[in-house]
Design a protein around this ligand. Structure first.
Ligand code: PGA
Length: 306
């Protein structure tokens, strides 16, 4: 299929601007004075614009100048273009000062426990930035990264097979949780092999927490006798509280439940398992000023929160 595009008028912004001033003043001299140009420079630009348009734009009889019908059309076009340029300049200035812009973030459901208050602080400082936040598991975020969708991703260990820029911003301690009245809750030390006859509540396939748990248990040659799969940290915490089994979660997800003594952390040998969280973007993506500012904000907030 051949696509026929309508030909665009090949005028420059400079020609339009000069012509608009001449048409407004009906005088080359006054236009030249306003634009700090010489009168021959103004005449030359108008002549060139007439050549581009292929029609006279001005009618001159003696000292009297009139704008032709074609000239009136070009004058209208020049005003629209100049108004649009002023608007764009203002928008760009606001973008530079981070008063505006959009930020597309992808975050694992586990990191989201850390992110929510950080995002609150960021939006208080930059109220006109539009934030689009996708909370999902690691597997889904890797798909998004390979399609280059989010500006930034906050997640556990980044994959090796994508060219990424990744900075670790926080330690992620992974722990085993139980209801406070669980028989293992009172033990000062729990050997890992004791856990093999326990039921575990696992995150869904694709979850980074689940992958880490499988790796740790594999390394320790621990086979769990029974398990249930659940698609969120909240469901796991509620299930553990209800006595359905033990959970393997990030300590960052259970601050409230520990404080309210609804859950407890078992003192298992080799735990907590320490992992890192990273703020990540594709190496081939140039970050917008908003994304760069948010990345810096995450790194400094995490340092501040220790
Ligand atoms: P997820 O998060 O279990 O919610 O996928 C873990 C991670 O960030 O790797």
């Amino acid at each position: 299929m051949v696509l026929i595009k309508p030909a665009a008028l090949n005028a420059t912004v400079r020609q339009l601007k000069i012509f608009e001033a001449v048409a407004r003043h009906l005088s080359f001299t006054q236009a030249a004075r306003e634009l700090h140009l010489t009168q021959p420079a103004v005449s030359m630009q108008v002549k060139q614009l007439e050549q581009v348009v292929g029609m006279p734009l001005l009618n001159q009889t003696g000292r009297r100048i009139r704008v032709t019908e074609a000239g009136a059309e070009i004058q209208r076009c020049a005003r629209v273009v100049m108004a649009q340029l002023v608007d764009s300049e203002q928008t760009l200035r606001e973008m530079k000062r981070l008063e505006r812009g959009a930020l597309h973030l992808g975050v694992t459901s586990t990191v989201n426990y850390f992110l929510t208050p950080v995002l609150g602080a960021f939006t208080r400082e930059h109220p006109n930035v539009d934030i689009h936040l996708e909370v999902t598991n690691r597997g889904m975020l890797l798909d998004r990264l390979s399609c280059n969708e989010p500006d930034l991703v906050l997640m556990g260990q980044p994959p090796d097979d994508l060219d990424l820029v990744a900075d670790s911003f926080m330690t992620n301690p992974l722990v085993i949780i139980a209801p406070p009245d669980h028989v293992l809750a009172k033990k000062r030390r729990v050997a890992l092999k004791t856990l093999s006859n326990q039921t575990f509540l696992l995150r869904e396939p694709g979850s980074g927490t689940r992958i880490t748990m499988e790796r740790v248990f594999d390394e320790q040659q621990l086979e769990v006798s029974s398990s249930l799969s659940m698609s969120s940290n909240e469901a796991i915490k509620q299930g553990v509280e209800a006595g359905l089994g033990l959970g393997f979660v990030s300590r960052h997800t259970i601050a409230n439940e520990l404080e309210l003594k609804q859950l407890c952390e078992l003192r298992v040998d080799g735990f907590p398992v320490l992992r890192q969280w990273y703020v990540v973007h594709r190496a081939d993506r140039k970050l917008s000023s908003v994304a760069a500012a948010f990345r810096k904000f995450v790194l400094s907030e995490s340092r501040r929160l220790g």
